[in-house]
Design a protein around this ligand. Structure first.
Ligand code: MOS
Length: 773
């Protein structure tokens, strides 16, 4: 190990990083010992809160009749906007909104008589048992003067507008003159794609348990993807300082973006707890989950593409229209991936929004890139078909050797290898270039593929490593594990960095008392937390090396720290490995029971390659390039479908995904991420849709009976592979996230396979049988 931390080289041989290690939290989960946010049931005097929500999508509350509910046994409080403890800051006030790092809506319910969406909380009943609270809530009468709602952008009453910005992206973006490029292009394609509203549907619904341990000390157990963001936002809204709020999340039953934010119930639970003076547990019902934690918005995209006769892209003009809430200009930013995926000389994008009586939609696995890739990757398939080119060939023709949006080189890109490996695993060379020609009995068989990409978002966070003299270690970072494997991969990284077996490592996460780190969102956690932990372990070694070289009883006494390396817990001279000693010896002589290191890991372009400035081997361009690289993970999906021409059913019969995402810390958990994202995407392609009633603006299928997600019988065995990729620029560990890229391109791969099978291009998701026939 050098004094400057370098790109991670394992200190243990053979290492566990890169091994398909089983989940360290597996036993706790299958034996029920893993405690989720709704399972802190031993809190003293814990009581239960139930939300009463509005059936009406738009109107004003004119009164409540709570008398029958009040008379029920066990009822402790019935809270409405008339008697709810006041918030210090609310997003309803634009000046306050800046204080909230993770409040997703510019509206907080129960602050006034306004009703803006069906499912909006209008009352909270607190009772000694869940059943008492549920029954009393059913007896609360809410009188609402209803007005005609607007149900979506498709509502004839909806007014479309172009916002100034959506999520930090300009409402209109231009790179070059895409309009002119498309208009004068020898080959032109125009197509419109629609995407139904989708819901995340994690197995574990939103749940918040709030405990005021003192009037100025609040602990919240919450289903959040980011304890630190929730802590800061709750503190601001409740008028507390950050250190007065503790947020805990040890286990999550899925998140997919809906648990990335502080939704109303997360704030209402502490308010209710304050009102009754007891800890309160509030769990959303499955139905409330559909109106309580956001969704992927329904949307329409028109993509106009211009190309040369050889198939080289000249320009793309993209327009998106989608529904937003009455208060926010929110849309997932589909333009990002369309702008960067291919060597595209000119691009223009416009977002159109229409306000409707719905809550603000939110981040849903690969927000923007997922539906954006549907439009782009179907259009690329159309272009290939029109020019008589293979779908992979058209993509190689337009391969972006550098980032077309800014001309920067990529930190790493192995997409060509993904195409090659995927094609080989799938047997793509045997594909019949003609559509509608391949049959399996009466079923039409089709093969399709698509490209995937997801950016490396900047983030940073801290970790602490405490190494004990007895060869055990506690590793801490206030990260969250959505169920995807954070516990496991960080244990592996710590084991290798400390030269210890993984069973000697305890990794603690999910608590704001731990070193703070940013959320598990945007596929940032694996790269950021692994780097923080790796660097914290290096600090431990630096401390011990310093100790050894100044200890005249050490064989390393007098050596330069830079000449000492660590191999499996042994400090030794780089040039003469025989000279050295076990770290435990150094600690014993110093009477140290343990030694701590802490560090901040950086992910994305905030990361600076250590030693770059001093690296004599790099010329000026290389140094500049190291500081200005575009960072993305890349991949590809291949799909086979069988379409029943009589029933209109589509079945996915084969699947291959190949991803390049830097260092793969654990191929088992990474594979699970990729099959999870692919299945999520197959769901969106074939069956998932939330339907809002056009007159009442109320969801008609807000449960898992009416909202269809794929089950085992819908999904074939899936093949997942990874390209070895060494990326020294993304972070100290060379890791790119894999949670979101796995869904990008999936809907297009399925639609392209359906096109190949049937010769019919379906551009409306989900591709239900009625659309196939
Ligand atoms: Mo993700 S949609 O950033 O949890």
């Amino acid at each position: 190990m050098d004094t400057e931390p370098q790109f991670f080289e394992t200190n243990a041989a053979p290492g566990v990083v890169g091994q398909p290690m089983n989940r360290v939290d597996g036993w706790a989960k299958v034996t029920g010992q893993a405690r989720y946010s709704a399972e802190y049931n031993r809190l003293p005097g814990l009581v239960h809160a139930v939300l009463k929500t509005s059936d009406v999508a738009k109107g004003r509350i004119t009164g409540f009749d709570t008398s029958a509910a009040q008379r029920q046994p066990g009822v402790l409080a019935i809270l409405t906007h008339q008697n709810l403890p006041k918030l210090a800051k609310t997003p309803n006030n634009p000046d306050d909104k800046k204080a909230f790092v993770s409040s997703p809506m510019g509206f907080f319910p129960m602050e006034s008589d306004e009703v803006h969406y069906a499912g909006q909380p209008v009352a909270i009943v607190v009772a000694d048992t869940l059943e008492h609270a549920q029954y009393a809530a059913a007896l609360v009468q809410v009188r609402i003067a209803a007005e005609a709602p607007i149900s979506s952008y498709q509502d004839p009453k909806a007014q479309r507008y172009v916002p100034k910005t959506v999520k930090g992206t300009a409402g209109v973006t231009k790179r070059g003159d895409a309009q002119a490029a498309v208009q004068s292009a020898p080959v032109q394609l125009t197509a419109t794609y629609t995407h139904a509203a989708n819901h995340h549907n994690p197995m574990e619904p939103g749940a918040t348990t709030a405990h005021w341990e003192a009037p100025d000390r609040l602990t919240v157990y919450d289903t959040t993807q980011g304890v630190s963001e929730t802590q800061k936002t709750l503190a601001a809204m409740l008028g507390l300082s950050t250190e007065q709020v503790r947020v805990v999340n040890k286990y999550l039953g899925g998140g997919f973006g809906c648990k990335a934010w502080v939704w109303p119930h997360v704030v209402l639970a502490p308010l209710a707890a304050k009102a009754v003076g007891r800890p309160v547990k509030l769990v959303l019902t499955r139905q409330q989950q559909y109106t309580g934690m956001g969704h992927r918005e329904e949307q329409e995209q028109t993509l106009r593409l211009g190309a040369t006769k050889d198939g080289k892209l000249l320009g793309i003009v993209h327009e998106k229209t989608s529904t937003t809430s009455p208060w926010d200009d929110y849309a997932e930013t589909n333009s990002r991936i369309i702008n960067m995926l291919y060597a595209l000389p000119a691009f223009e994008s416009t977002y159109h929004l229409a306000k409707a009586s719905v809550m603000t939609s939110t981040s849903t696995r690969a927000p923007g890139d997922m539906p954006g890739s549907f439009a782009l990757e179907c259009s690329m398939d159309d272009l290939a078909y029109q020019l008589g080119l293979d779908p992979i060939q058209i993509r190689l023709l337009n391969y972006a050797e550098k980032d077309p949006t800014n001309g920067h080189p990529w930190s790493s890109k192995s997409l060509k290898q993904c195409y090659e490996r995927g094609a080989e695993l799938f047997g793509w060379a045997r594909r019949n270039p003609k559509n509608g020609q391949t049959r399996n009995g009466k079923l039409l068989v089709g093969w399709g593929m698509a490209t995937a990409s997801y950016p490396v978002h900047n983030s940073q966070g801290n970790a602490r490593v405490r190494l004990y003299a007895d060869g055990r270690a506690v590793v801490q970072s206030g990260a969250t594990d959505l169920g995807t494997g954070t516990y496991t991969i960080i244990t592996q990284v710590a084991a290798d960095a400390l030269g210890l077996p993984p069973e000697n490592i305890r990794f603690e996460l999910g608590d704001t008392v731990l070193p703070s780190t940013q959320w598990s969102g945007g596929s940032t956690a694996a790269g950021r937390v692994s780097s923080s932990v790796y660097l914290a372990a290096q600090e431990v070694w630096q401390k011990l090396i310093k100790l050894a070289v100044t200890d005249n009883k050490s064989p390393l006494y007098g050596a330069k720290p830079a000449d000492v390396v660590v191999e499996q817990g042994r400090l030794q001279l780089k040039a003469r490995p025989a000279t050295g000693e076990a770290y435990a010896e150094v600690m014993k002589r110093a009477s140290m029971g343990d030694v701590e290191g802490s560090a901040q890991g950086r992910y994305g372009s905030s990361y600076r390659v250590p030693g770059v400035a001093a690296d004599a081997n790099m010329n000026k361009e290389e140094k500049e390039a190291a500081a200005g690289r575009s960072m993305h993970a890349f991949g590809t999906h291949f799909c086979e479908v069988e379409v029943d021409p009589e029933l209109g059913t589509i079945r996915v019969t084969r699947w291959v995904s190949v991803m390049s995402a830097g260092r793969i810390l654990n191929p088992k958990t990474a594979r699970s991420q990729v099959i999870g994202g692919s299945i999520f995407g197959i769901g969106a392609a074939l069956m998932e849709q939330t339907v809002r009633d056009p007159h009442l603006a109320r969801y008609t299928n807000a449960d898992l009976a009416g909202y269809h997600v794929p089950v085992n019988a819908d999904i074939p065995d899936m093949t997942v592979d990874f390209i070895d990729e060494h990326d020294p620029y993304v972070n100290a560990m060379g890791v790119k996230g894999i949670g979101e890229i796995s869904i990008v391109g999936v809907t297009a791969a399925v639609a392209n396979a359906v096109f190949h099978a049937t010769g019919r291009r379906l551009r409306s998701l989900p591709m239900t049988p009625d659309k196939v026939l």
